[in-house]
Design a protein around this ligand. Structure first.
Ligand SMILES: [Zn+2]
Length: 80
């Protein structure tokens, strides 16, 4: 695996194999990740979701419509 980043100024691909990881545009070394090219900090790898998602959503209070019993559907002549 090697970095697929095209270095336009040098007219060549990076081809670095040091700590190459897969990103949406392809394989990238740490210097050429999408975030690095944009100049923003790298997102740390690993599973997980934002900490504030750990709290489950409160249960939904049933509305008057939910409490209404289901209406029976009378069979029609054709369906018999
Ligand atoms: Zn690279």
């Amino acid at each position: 695996m090697a970095c697929d980043h095209w270095i336009g100024a040098e007219q060549r691909y990076c081809r670095s194999t040091n700590q190459v990881r897969h990103f949406l545009p392809g394989m990238r070394c740490p210097a050429h990740t999408p975030n690095a090219l944009k100049g923003v900090p790298e997102v740390p790898p690993g599973p997980g979701r934002p900490r504030d998602w750990a709290t489950p959503l409160p249960p939904r209070t049933p509305t008057a419509r939910d409490k209404r019993p289901l209406a029976a559907v009378k069979p029609t002549e054709e369906s018999r």
